[in-house]
Design a protein around this ligand. Structure first.
Ligand code: AMP
Length: 498
């Protein structure tokens, strides 16, 4: 997963861009990049690390111009290679600079087509390169001296037809303006905002609306499925397919990935998470559980935990304290490594949990590593019983639309029953959200548009993806076997009795 921004206005944009990208830092911490356009040339700076590490005053000074795009990268299948940091630029047929969030799933077909139809040989098989060259190649067949908005939207439409998968993109078209477009199903989020200045409006696109709160931008709208928005150099806004609701918006954004203070397609993420906690209360009660307190796995479990506590009338406490400076446990490639990081990252408050029956809420159980470690920590701190509550249903199929999850062989719920998982994570009880309850909450008729539930159902909205799933599995395995120093089991850990 990644975060993207784009700004176009009458004043220098780099300052706003840094603030905007920092607000999206949760979407990617591996690399960051910005490209600006000053009317004559692009200025580009990117590197590995957090926004504040990558952009020092000596870099921002050089990022001149009133149009800019930026990216924070979260490594998915590929290596965390600085060559893959975005934005990417090309100078033919126009100067283009592009960023994207998502994942292309027919990259072999697109690469072949680029070669055969347009005689373009992409340097890498990077998704963004494929999207950018497809778009650029389509622009090339237009009358370059008189490029119109219709030409731009035609090129977008062909790109959307040819490139399958999930993508939200923002592009600077040098000398013309700023363009945003998404895949035909609207799987990934993209919002548009505006701030008025004495010299005219500044328009912005961002993965999440939280950016606009920091920058005093007014929220304008979501960029819907298959939609394109082009802001020309007179700041006139042009639309292709305005006001479409998503056809398959990623529900995992609402459950885990997006920031709590973002509003996506009219739904405040924090509120949806509270609802998930309230809904799961029924299952907790039906299971006959009577916890003394509800706690969260910080930070993504908080809102659901508070919803559950409220619904069952027991106190909520923060009883696990997170050291935010420890890095992410999820991407440590070995099981032992991940468990070690979890231990260093979370510290239980003994005085709160000692002798108590504790219901601990996390957003999801992926491999089960974090959950198992947490249950152990709570027991070591004296909890008398530990119930593990997942505000997501069992994750049974890998995400192929940009969320780095795991192969299905690693997804514990794809391989074991709830009882086996409960034994493996050493909990007294495991409760998962019901898939049907989640689907009811995000039902299409509730104004949010259609959602993608593929990671819970194995039904992928882009059609048959068997080939792609095989590719993901092979890629991951080969990537790991290259890491000679680490021995990795590709299988979900076998549940054991305790
Ligand atoms: P696991 O130990 O593999 O079961 O991981 C579960 C934890 O990973 C939960 O606390 C989630 O908050 C977190 N998580 C879920 N999906 C992702 C993801 N795509 N990237 C990073 N962390 C995740």
């Amino acid at each position: 997963m990644c975060g993207i921004v784009g700004f176009h206005g009458p004043e220098r944009v780099v300052g706003d861009m840094i603030i905007g990208l920092t607000a999206l830092q949760h979407r990617g911490q591996d690399a960051a990049g910005i490209a600006t356009f000053d009317g004559e040339a692009f200025h580009l700076h990117k590197g590995q690390g957090l926004v504040n590490d990558v952009f020092k005053p000596k870099h921002t000074k050089k990022l001149t111009g009133n149009t800019g795009i930026g990216h924070v990268r979260y490594t998915t299948q590929g290596a965390n290679d600085s060559d893959l940091a975005q934005p990417f630029t090309t100078s033919y047929p126009f100067g283009l600079a592009m960023v994207h969030n998502g994942n292309v799933i027919n990259f072999r077909d697109v690469a072949k087509l680029l070669h055969e139809k347009y005689h373009v040989l992409p340097k890498t098989t990077n998704d963004l390169e494929l999207i950018m060259y497809t778009f650029a190649s389509e622009l090339r067949v237009k009358d370059l001296d008189r490029l119109s908005v219709v030409d731009i939207f035609d090129a977008v439409e062909t790109t959307q037809e040819l490139v399958k998968g999930a993508y939200a993109t923002v592009t600077i078209i040098a000398g013309h303006g700023l363009l945003a477009f998404t895949d035909p199903l609207g799987i990934r989020p993209l919002v548009m905002g505006r701030r008025d200045t004495p010299d005219g409006p500044v328009y912005a696109f961002a993965s999440e609306s939280t950016c606009f709160d920091y920058l005093d931008f007014e929220f304008v709208e979501n960029v819907g499925p298959g939609q394109a928005v082009f802001i020309d150099n007179d700041f006139k806004v042009h639309y292709k397919n305005q006001n479409e609701l998503p056809k398959a918006f990623c529900v995992f954004e609402q459950i885990y990935f997006a920031r709590e203070d973002s509003t996506i397609h009219g739904r405040l993420v924090a509120r949806e998470r509270v609802r998930l906690g309230k809904i799961i209360a029924r299952k907790v009660v039906d299971a006959g559980l009577k916890p003394d307190m509800v706690i969260d796995v910080p930070s993504s479990g908080y809102f659901s935990a508070s919803g559950l506590a409220e619904a069952i009338g027991v106190p909520y406490r923060r009883a696990l304290v997170k050291n935010n400076h420890m890095g992410r446990s999820f991407i440590v490639p070995t099981q032992a490594g991940r468990e070690d990081v979890v231990k260093k990252k979370l510290n239980p408050i003994r005085a709160f949990v000692e002798g108590k029956k504790v219901a601990v809420v996390d957003d999801s159980i992926v491999r089960g590593t974090t959950s198992r470690r947490i249950v152990r920590l709570l027991r070591e701190a004296g909890a008398s019983e530990v119930y593990f509550i997942s505000s997501a249903p069992p994750l049974v199929s890998p995400c192929i639309y940009g969320i780095d999850m795991a192969m299905s062989t690693e997804l514990i719920a794809a391989n074991y029953t709830e009882e086996e998982i409960c034994r493996y994570i050493e909990a007294d009880k495991v409760i998962y959200q019901d898939l049907s309850d989640l689907q009811d909450l995000f039902a299409e008729e509730r104004g949010h548009g259609g959602s993608c539930f593929a990671c819970f159902t194995g039904k992928y909205p882009t059609g048959d993806v068997t080939h792609y799933l095989r590719h993901v599995q092979e890629e991951r395995l080969s990537h790991r076997s290259e890491k000679k120093s680490e021995s990795v089991s590709a299988k979900a850990p076998a549940p054991t009795e305790h």
